[in-house]
Design a protein around this ligand. Sequence first.
Ligand code: GRG
Length: 298
Amino acid sequence: MIDLEAYLEPRRQRVEAALDARFPLDPAHPHRLIEAVRYSLLGGGKRLRPILALAACEAVGGDVDAVMPLACALEMIHTYSLVHDDLPSMDDDALRRGRPTLHIAFDEGLAVLAGDALLTEAFAVLMRAAEHARPAAPALQAAREIAEAAGLRGMVGGQAADLAAEGQEADLPLVEFIHVRKTGALLLAAVRAGGLVGGADDGQLRGLTRYGECLGLAFQIADDILDVEASSVRTGKTVGRDDQRRKATFPGVLGMAAAKERACELRDQAVDALNGLSAAADPLRALVRFVVGRAAGG
Ligand code: GRG
């Protein structure tokens, strides 16, 4: 068993430093938009997506420096999605990462623009990384996959389906359809980006892909469970929102006990998917156990 926290902390710090350096604040010229971007991007967060990319890269013996720009871009896209998701026209939430949401702390227009800036800058970061990568093809493929995961057939499509399903009767296929896209796609893209840039062979990439798919769903089920069972102090966001907004959730369609069982099954499948990888993949194994463990025990 690895010490997960000892693995995560130095990587979190590297990600924080890299994100911080991308949006410097010039005290001589205070700029509300940069302040808003920094408020959302540097205001906490587990940095799960960047760390998954780093861990997948390390799992196949790759160079983490090469994947760091992609890791930052993933966090920028994820943060934009949270900022926009919290807007009054979407989830209308007041608490995120333990602080007032961006549109509350600043204003709504600036929150829209900060999200736009994070998304756009993320693609500049990805393109710059691909320009400098040798070989370039894996970094280009990873950049395209991240774009697809974030877009119409991925996160944005899932969010639209989620909004459309609010207040409707949901079943398991609909909940899976939404969450594979809304949450799972970017997590899968993070894992694959690490594998691709790390030089994974076909078998390793297949294992990482299956791991990423199982982790993505398990993560969402865990998030749904915590929304019912955890406190705001623990999650850093308003809890009970899914029920209030009559959202399509896994505990809603399966019941709480079966949702926990499903999360545990997915955890085991994710770990099994890494059977062809060495002990260098232990952080990935520990990460999925952690994600599921904090919601479903075991
Ligand atoms: C607005 C296009 C658009 C999309 C929004 C992902 C998403 C789509 C909305 C977030 C809503 C939400 C809370 C979904 C549950 C899963 C999730 C993404 C949780 C937050 O991710 P964490 O736990 O957050 O990794 P931190 O703050 O640690 O980064």
